[in-house]
Design a protein around this ligand. Structure first.
Ligand code: NAP
Ligand code: F7E
Length: 325
């Protein structure tokens, strides 16, 4: 039985990846942060009583800022595969908390890689890199596109990217960078724009609110479905050699168009319900991200299936269903 360690297991991607790996027969270990309130909502349906025999999902307290804990966890779990997903992942928030973002999203990666090296465990390592690293470089973007980050988050991810590359080249670690374009789902955090809009469309339809406040409607993103992207992460670690891959749908959608898809789904005119609030603008914006995932298709047989309009519909449907419950 293979053993995987997931940082960020309580996040959107962590929850889908855990489902995928448990389904493949893995023993899955996840790092969670100690919190005064429960933070395991996305994986509660997978929880296994530690008193049961054959427990295949094990949760450990830990934090990316605590290097000694990362060492003891790598030593204790001795994973065959490490999926490093944990991060302060909100771009707008990273402008307010640049130091914290650098410490977790950037240096946290170095701490984890160094823990793997110090323990000397033979493992394969997945780095959650991001299309935000391309920033101002015009689309289409692929594995050879130069980075030009436009936020503290993007800059921290560039550091993490190069640390993973360096541990591959300097220490012979099987380390890969998955350069993932935006991927969304009903489990997406409520302050990312797709979920914010889908949730608002459902709540406005239900009569619970009247308006949603948004920032830049002109930004172009390449939005795919998170459940498909975690399959791509797994495939990267099964490849014969470590390499870096873009995962994307290859499509361009503006925030305005995504809003229209969501409101159309509930039979409403979006222009009557969307208002502008400048607090959602960023000091520097990433205007357009459109990925070219042909390398992943060629080498890994991975291709995005769900396109943005379908994604918008499934997200709105899920929020409507949650309200009806
Ligand atoms: P997410 O939903 O924001 O989840 C982030 C996870 O990291 C959560 O489990 C969070 O724990 C954990 N975390 C945050 N700070 C931590 C710390 N100091 N110590 C330990 N754990 C910490 O993110 P996601 O959308 O699943 O994305 C997964 C990864 O892919 C992230 O690294 C993100 O930056 C990257 N990425 C995401 C996208 C995308 O479109 N979703 C695209 C490219 C790259 P709590 O639950 O306790 O907050
Ligand atoms: O913004 C615009 C905003 O916060 C998308 C993270 O997963 O993907 C994500 O980062 C766009 C931006 O995602 C609002 O200005 C307008 O242009 O949903 P977002 P993001 O910044 O693209 C990358 C790949 C990651 O790696 C990150 O971890 O939407 N926008 N109005 C808004 N954005 C938000 N959040 N809220 C608004 O009201």
């Amino acid at each position: 039985m293979k053993r995987a360690l997931i940082t960020g297991i309580t996040g959107q991607d962590g929850s889908y990846l855990t489902e995928l790996l448990l389904g493949k027969g893995y023993e899955v270990h996840g790092i969670i942060r100690r919190s005064s309130t429960f933070n395991t909502g996305r994986i509660d349906h997978l929880y296994q009583d530690p008193h049961e025999r054959d427990q295949r999902l094990v949760l450990h307290y830990g934090d990316l800022t605590d290097s000694s804990r990362l060492v003891t966890l790598i030593e204790k779990v001795r994973p065959d595969e490490v999926y490093h997903l944990a991060a302060q992942s909100h771009v707008r928030v990273s402008f307010d908390e640049p130091e914290y973002t650098g410490n977790t999203t950037g240096v946290g990666t170095a701490r984890l890689l160094e823990a793997i090296r110090m323990v000397g465990v033979d493992t394969r390592y997945y780095q959650a890199s991001s299309s935000e690293m391309f920033g101002a470089t015009p689309p289409p973007q692929n594995e050879d596109t130069p980075f030009y980050p436009r936020s503290p988050y993007g800059a921290a991810k560039v550091y993490g990217y190069w640390m993973a590359r360096n541990y591959r080249e300097a220490h012979d670690l099987f380390a890969v960078n998955g350069i993932l374009f935006n991927h969304e789902s009903p489990r997406r955090g409520e302050t990312f724009v797709t979920r914010k809009i889908a949730r608002a469309a459902a709540r406005i339809k239900a009569g619970l609110e009247q308006h949603v406040y948004l920032g830049n409607l002109d930004a172009v993103r390449d939005w795919g479905y998170a459940q498909e992207y975690v399959e791509g992460m797994w495939r990267m670690l099964q490849a014969p050699e470590p390499a870096d891959y873009v995962l994307a749908t290859g499509t361009a959608t503006t925030v305005r168009e995504f809003t229209q898809y969501c409101f159309e789904r509930v039979g409403l005119d979006w222009e009557e319900h969307v208002r502008f609030d400048e607090t959602y603008l960023r000091p520097t914006e990433v205007d357009a991200l459109i990925g070219d995932a042909s390398k992943a298709q060629r080498d890994l047989g991975w291709k995005a299936q769900t396109m943005p309009e379908q994604l918008a519909h499934l997200m709105v449907d899920a929020d409507l269903a949650a309200l009806q419950k």
